[in-house]
Write a protein that binds this ligand. Sequence first.
Ligand code: KG4
Ligand code: ZN
Length: 363
Amino acid sequence: MVRHMADERLTVLGIETSCDETAAAVVDSDGRILANLVLSQLDEHRPYGGVVPEIAARSHLDHIDRLVTEAMAEAARDFASLDGIAVTAGPGLIGGVFVGVMTAKAIALAWDRPFLAINHLEGHALTARLGSDLDFPYLLLLVSGGHCQLLAVEGVGRYRRLGGTIDDAVGEAFDKTAKLLGLGYPGGPAVERQAATGNPEAFNLPRPMLGRPGLDFSFSGLKTAVRHAADAAGLLDNPEGDPQQRADLAAAFQAAVGDILAERCGKALAEFSSRYGRPGPLVVAGGVAANRHLRQRLNAVAQAAKTALIAPPPALCTDNAAMIAWAGVERLRLGLTDPLDFAARPRWPLEDLSAAPRPAATG
Ligand code: KG4
Ligand code: ZN
């Protein structure tokens, strides 16, 4: 039977293995992060220029048990004292997701603790509430390696999609731009570093969808334009290319992304305001939210709309398990636990959560 948990302090173990970070964290319902360990697999994937699913799954398998043990030790908790085990159950690379889900189910079963199957995107979406008094509803710009969406977050498990990319995700555009410019993997931080010394006006890049009705995004045309510009400037796959031009192109790309995100978020804030009676706040989440230039641009947009930009610290924007543990806390408080036969889902849109039947919390 599900206990009424709204007023108790809850402690949840979170596990994240859906992409190329093996992560374990312990978080409590006061928003305290008792442990937050992230083991990056970057070095294993770098030779291939991107994440190789089978290598990722094997690496998660090699490290997850140790990481969970270390997180529990750092948090000074034993399994028996946990109120729940939360794990990313999708969307993501299914081999890695299985590793995390099997680990979490085993702990939940062995210690008779509630099991929480967390949608990775919901983890990103709720992170801004970790350690803050942010209330629902808010406007969320979710920008990661696989996603670019504008959502109205009405509550835990309640997401209304306002717009999204019709082709590439923003993070993907950063990663591809980095690859074209020979900046290696992962692309986002490398492009941001280059852009810091570049002149964004030196290249004239398109801003797809800008000024168009609706709230959708498109980045593939921008990516193609970067390829042509890089080719014309002799930068394409050429480590010997002019470093200043490379920095300029990175800056021009980042500025174009900033213009697109700023315009769409400005429009979304207006739409949000007319639906919910207040202009925001605007929350940005996902790996790309770690980018300082984009944070500045979004901050200006929020201010112009007389609201605030709320952006989690960069370490909580990129993939981590604290966000999964926190989503677990949020769900546990509402009695939304999952059965141990919950099947991992490689594809799992956030809107599906809104449609799912919600188990009633009983006293
Ligand atoms: O959320 P995340 O860690 O993993 C996914 O769920 O996809 O996001 C990873 C993405 C990658 O595409 C990475 O290049 C991008 O976030 N990223 C950045 C920055 N840091 C990470 N993009 C732009 N600027 C950054 N500083
Ligand atoms: Zn993510």
